[in-house]
Ligand binder design. Structure first.
Ligand SMILES: Cc1cc2nc3c(=O)[nH]c(=O)nc-3n(C[C@H](O)[C@H](O)[C@H](O)COP(=O)(O)OP(=O)(O)OC[C@H]3O[C@@H](n4cnc5c(N)ncnc54)[C@H](O)[C@@H]3O)c2cc1C
Length: 423
């Protein structure tokens, strides 16, 4: 089917990758509308950005567009494991067989935007920033946006809601048609953290993710960005920010230096002040029973299956959505009314399995954490010696393979049930 105008709401990783895939196909014009400002032109407020770890599932989807995986890799840090720092004991290193690309979410978006803008003219591809979707009229095939204080309407042939966990497109569908969907606020919340490593100061390994856990479900995770910067998050239970009681930057700095000494040594008073004033970001998960409506409305990525960040698969699966959609468009010669139901049918079992894995792979109960670490070591050994009898460890299947999430869940259902019962 030729000359289709696809409107994508949300210039996040999923929306922009989809634009790239559609523009490669003949006969598409793509308009993307984004509520935030253009990150290439403005200094973004770094309140809600964080490092994203991309593994095989997400990278395969990037690879479908020649040159894109390399463009992303050029701006990423390659990490081959995690160092769990501990105050009194030796650090624990958990190596990864397959390295991940670690890239800040904002950077990923900037790379995608540059890549698309360099390749396509404005006749084919338009992105409008500062333009917030406020409504949808499926019978007239129009979308409403708030732009520069005015309400504007845009016509579409196909609309794709890639507008994240708080999706407006999804909200309108749940109000207007039978579109069963559940949203849950998860127990974890976070504040972004940005540190610099002076060349002559202590250096954290540039090829590792660095984590530090405190006993009360507070943890800091940092990822090197090049040689001098570390971006990350301070994660804690919602409404229990460990720095909520402090009012000055000096107090925040003292807290970080005392509890995360190796990280605290890299924190400046300015960053302590910024950390104090950054808002707490809450995380919503989304579970829907259908990902499409009729023959021309689709939801992808966090808009339809946001998961907790505990095993870092939200973006990988959002990018995977796009790869799968592209294959189905190939199979159905761009017939969207045949493609969309099949997309829902294929993706729902996968992302529902991912939801289980994200909620219950990593235990919160202290004793199960010990068992988890023991299982990690023992099952890696057993798998090396008797690969036919003992499958790879759960995280190794999530991070080092592209096995469907539903198969990973089948293999490790026993552990998931155990963690679920203890939750
Ligand atoms: C702390 C943290 C760490 C994470 N780590 C990882 C990780 O390591 N690996 C991983 O795979 N995933 C990770 N994730 C998850 C990942 O960030 C998301 O799954 C991913 O960003 C989803 O991409 P998306 O394009 O679907 O949605 P988003 O990234 O949320 O993008 C949606 C876009 O839509 C725009 N938008 C929203 N509403 C409107 C509107 N009404 N009108 C116009 N535009 C709108 C938003 O401004 C945004 O730009 C992490 C998440 C968090 C919070």
């Amino acid at each position: 089917m030729a000359d289709q105008h696809v409107v994508i709401v949300g210039a996040g990783p999923a929306g922009l990758l989809l634009a790239g895939y559609l523009l490669k196909r003949p006969g598409y014009r793509v308009s993307v509308f984004e509520q935030r400002s253009d990150p290439r032109l403005t200094q973004q407020v770094q309140n809600r950005t964080f490092p994203i770890s991309l593994q095989e599932r997400g990278r395969q989807a990037l690879r479908g567009i020649p040159g894109l995986e390399k463009a992303v890799a050029d701006r990423s840090t390659v990490c081959n494991g995690t160092i769990m720092h501990q105050a009194s004991k030796k650090n624990r290193v958990i190596p990864r067989k397959t390295p991940s690309l670690m890239i800040d979410r904002l950077q990923l978006v900037v790379v995608l935007l540059k890549f698309l803008s360099d390749q396509y003219s404005s006749d084919q591809f338009v992105v409008q920033f500062d333009c917030r979707c406020t409504g949808l009229n499926p019978s007239a095939q129009t979308l409403l946006f708030q732009q520069a204080g005015e309400v504007v309407s845009h016509a579409y042939d196909v609309i794709v809601g890639a507008d994240g966990a708080g999706s407006k497109v999804r909200e309108v569908l749940t109000e207007q048609v039978n579109f069963p969907c559940e949203q849950t606020l998860i127990p974890d919340a976070y504040k972004s953290v940005f540190l610099n490593q002076p060349e002559d100061g202590i250096q954290l390994a540039a090829d590792k993710v660095h984590t530090w856990n405190l006993p009360n479900n507070v943890r800091m995770m940092l990822v090197p960005q090049g040689n001098s910067q570390l971006n990350g998050v301070l994660v804690f239970k919602r409404d229990q920010s460990p720095i909520a009681q402090y009012t000055t930057k000096e107090e925040v700095l003292a807290f970080v230096q005392e509890n995360f000494p190796r990280f605290g040594a890299l924190m400046t008073l300015d960053e302590a002040a910024a950390l104090l004033s950054r808002p707490v970001a809450k995380i919503t998960t989304v579970r829907c029973q259908r990902f499409h409506e009729g023959s021309n409305i689709l939801l992808i990525g966090d808009a339809v299956h946001a998961v907790s960040a505990s095993i870092g698969q939200g973006c990988n699966s959002a990018l995977q959505d796009v790869g799968v959609l592209n294959q189905l468009l190939d199979q159905h010669q761009d017939n969207w009314s045949q493609t969309l139901p099949e997309f829902s049918a294929q993706r729902i079992p996968e992302v529902h399995a991912l939801r289980e894995l994200s909620d219950y792979s990593f235990p919160r109960n202290r004793w199960l954490v010990f068992e988890f670490i023991l299982r990690l070591q023992v099952s890696r050994l057993l798998n090396r010696w008797f690969p036919k009898q003992f499958p790879p460890f759960l995280f190794d299947l999530v991070f080092d393979s592209d096995l469907p999430y539903s198969e990973v869940l089948d293999i490790h259902q026993g552990w998931i049930n155990k963690v679920k019962q203890a939750s």
